[in-house]
Design a protein around this ligand. Structure first.
Ligand code: ADP
Ligand code: TRP
Length: 329
């Protein structure tokens, strides 16, 4: 039996990049008999960027209900809230002590912020809090606490899994073979989904298509996809954003037909209309489930409480092993 684990932090509304890059592959893995899955909402990781309690609550339920709407089966998957697992924060501290500071200096989220500060003539640590700086250590604890073999994530998270492997390795060198070294699991086809402006779709770029906005919002977002100024009748490029997005929602043969139409000169307006139709058809049944869970948050809380109970059984065992290894037990 292999163990699969992943988390999403509630820092904004789930978008289709999260869905195709992380949620869908994770749900597919959870349907396999030989995998035992642990999926969670990384609420304490979100603290690095959230501004208020209201934001935390809003995004927390958005992400929790998204997982359930997308087909997570809580009977098959251990589904929980990160902050309910106190063992995680104890392991986090232990791991701090086998993590070289230099490794954190190279972590991309921190490095990107420092570079941006320098480019803007600000103090290099402007807006850098210790949560952001230590982020990869807590993420390593999340993973190692459950002896995870595979971690399904988008390509942008690959470095974090490499860091987790380094940290586990350092611990094992110092204290003997104790922690499992995890591997990332990256869906080859959808590892970096483009956003409305053709860059990586991300909350930070404000170029996302929200997964469960209403129909109107979906339509508006799709009509905001940036295109060139070619007129109807003029051939379009196969690698345009509209084509890339369309492919996600249809079979290969349907995608081919659409691409041929674009090459033959399908107008942007019509192309976007067709994109909206296939996207909406794909998302609608999940949106209904999402709306159900959003209207029944108590049910969601109960599912997460039950998941935390199950998760703690595993977490306690692993932490005990770690405490023994360091001589704290
Ligand atoms: P964001 O970049 O919008 O802040 P997160 O960092 O919260 O998204 O990502 C949550 C999960 O979704 C991660 O596993 C991440 O790799 C994946 N993901 C995010 N954006 C994309 C994208 N554009 N393409 C593929 N996967 C993505
Ligand atoms: N850092 C991940 C992200 O930004 C979220 C996350 C936190 C995570 N802990 C994790 C992902 C453990 C996989 C495993 O998307």
């Amino acid at each position: 039996m292999k163990r699969v684990l992943t988390g999403i932090k509630p820092t904004g509304y789930a978008h289709i990049g999260n869905y195709f890059g992380a949620i869908k592959p994770a749900i597919e893995l959870s349907k396999r008999e030989d995998y035992e899955c642990f999926y969670f909402i990384a609420d304490y990781h979100a603290l690095t960027t959230l501004n208020s309690k209201a934001e935390m609550k809003e995004y927390f339920y958005n992400i929790a209900c998204t997982w359930l709407a997308c087909g997570l089966d809580p009977k098959k998957v251990v589904f929980y809230r990160q902050s309910d697992i106190k063992e995680d924060f104890e392991l986090n501290w232990i791991l701090c002590n086998v993590t070289p500071k230099g490794l954190m200096n190279r972590a991309h989220a921190y490095k990107a912020l420092v570079e941006k500060n320098e480019a803007n003539g600000l103090d290099r640590d402007d807006k850098v809090n210790m949560g952001l700086y230590n982020y990869p250590i807590l993420m390593s604890a999340d993973i190692m606490l459950f002896d995870a073999d595979y971690v399904p994530v988008g390509l942008d998270q690959k470095q974090h899994i490499e860091i987790a492997r380094d940290i586990a390795h350092n611990f094992n060198i110092k204290y003997g073979e104790t922690l499992k070294e995890p591997m990332e699991y990256i869906d080859k086809n959808n590892n970096t989904l483009v956003g409305l402006d053709g860059r990586k779709m991300s909350k930070s770029y404000n170029n996302t298509i929200r997964l469960f906005g209403d129909e109107n919002e979906l339509k508006k977002a799709i009509f905001r996809v940036v295109t060139d100024s070619r007129l109807p009748g003029e051939p379009k490029d196969a690698d345009c954003t509209v084509n890339k997005l369309y492919k996600l929602f249809v079979s290969e043969s349907k995608a081919k037909e659409f691409e041929e139409d674009l090459l033959k000169g399908l107008g942007w307006g019509d192309a976007k209309k067709q994109l909206f139709e296939v996207a909406n058809r794909y998302i609608s049944p999940m949106r209904e489930k999402f709306n159900y869970y959003m209207a029944h948050k108590k049910e969601v809380d109960a599912i997460l409480d039950e998941g935390a109970e199950k998760a703690r059984v595993v977490a306690r065992k692993v932490l005990k092993r770690v405490r023994k290894a360091i001589g704290a037990e």
